[in-house]
Design a binder for this molecule. Structure first.
Ligand SMILES: Nc1ncnc2c1ncn2[C@@H]1O[C@H](COP(=O)(O)OP(=O)(O)OP(=O)(O)O)[C@@H](O)[C@H]1O
Ligand SMILES: [Mg+2]
Length: 290
């Protein structure tokens, strides 16, 4: 009997096969290059050889099940975790405009990189005891040590960029804002140092559909107006297809799919297809785990 149709086309090992980053399209160059990144927490091997390129000016969405290591990957890109194995290099962001090699970077290099980096945390992560002005202006006070008038000016500019009524909310505490406004304030803080790179960790989780669209449009707008390179972690497929130039899937500690929106729709990888369709049958729900 040669009944090949009943045999599953994807074995567990095949599901986990990493994709190597493709050669960049003409005229583009990778700003961020991740190669064979590994991370253990105790005996658990969370990132198991992540390789990924992020091009200058693009928005790359990273999908992945809960616990698959998305935030862990982002924490490496925030320089909160150094690579235990493998390499992360970022063009032109170290001190003096040199390329940054995350493993060997000095404190000065990391500080220079962080000035080029904005981070939007999942729950906006505003400090409750500080006003909007103090929250958004924090990096300018602590890192750039700008005088108060300049801080205020830049905070107002940043709040306007995210379409918030700056003058009305400057002196309010986060508790007095709606969830959507808090998220926007979080984005205003992320862009206040005019970063070249913005990392978003589930920026729309827990928001109503209208605010979700607003935050997505804002991400697109920032890319167009400021030319930033963005990495966005999201569970929201609509958001992914609305904002992404390319979509990557992190599964079992590896990037197992990465491509344009069209390539993603056509990619037969069962985990990707299960995520796209939201189906309850597929590897994510059949014992292969996240
Ligand atoms: N500092 C840490 N110490 C020990 N284990 C950790 C640490 N940080 C993360 N982990 C573990 O690594 C795994 C990946 O966590 P991570 O937060 O990166 O997942 P995630 O993909 O962001 O999930 P979610 O979608 O739920 O946010 C989890 O099992 C988590 O328990
Ligand atoms: Mg996470």
């Amino acid at each position: 009997m040669s009944d090949t149709t009943s045999r599953p086309r994807w074995g567990q090992t095949e599901l986990e096969l990493p994709v190597m980053p493709a050669a960049p399209p003409e005229g583009r160059e990778p700003l961020i290059r991740i190669r064979d990144l590994n991370r253990h927490f105790g005996p658990r091997h969370i990132l198991r050889g992540v390789s990924l390129d992020v091009y200058q000016g693009e928005t790359l969405v990273i999908l992945g099940g809960s616990g698959s290591g998305k935030t862990t990957l982002l924490r490496h890109l925030m320089a909160m975790l150094r690579p235990e194995d493998g390499r992360i290099t970022i063009k032109g962001v170290a001190a003096g405009g040199r390329d940054l090699d995350m493993a060997s970077a000095s404190d000065e290099d990391i500080e220079s990189y962080r000035r080029n980096l904005g981070v939007v945390f999942q729950m906006a992560a505003l400090l409750n005891s500080l006003t909007v002005l103090e929250n958004v202006g924090l990096p300018l006070v602590e890192v750039d040590r700008l005088p108060p008038e300049q801080v205020r000016e830049r905070v107002v500019e940043s709040l306007r960029r995210v379409y918030l009524p700056a003058e009305e909310i400057l002196n309010l505490k986060p508790a007095a804002l709606s969830g959507g406004m808090r998220k926007r304030v979080g984005i205003a803080r992320a862009i206040i140092q005019r970063p070249r790179i913005i990392l978003y960790d589930e920026p729309t989780t827990g928001l109503d559909p209208v605010t979700v669209n607003g935050v997505n449009e804002l991400t697109l707008d920032l890319q167009k107006r400021l030319g930033v390179t963005s990495i966005v972690i999201t569970h929201d497929m609509n958001a992914a297809f609305m904002i992404a130039d390319r979509i990557a899937l992190l599964y079992k500690g590896r990037i197992v799919a990465c491509g344009t929106k069209d390539e993603t729709r056509l990619n037969p990888h069962p985990v990707l297809q299960q995520m796209l369709t939201g189906s309850t049958t597929g590897p994510l729900t059949e014992g292969y785990g996240s």
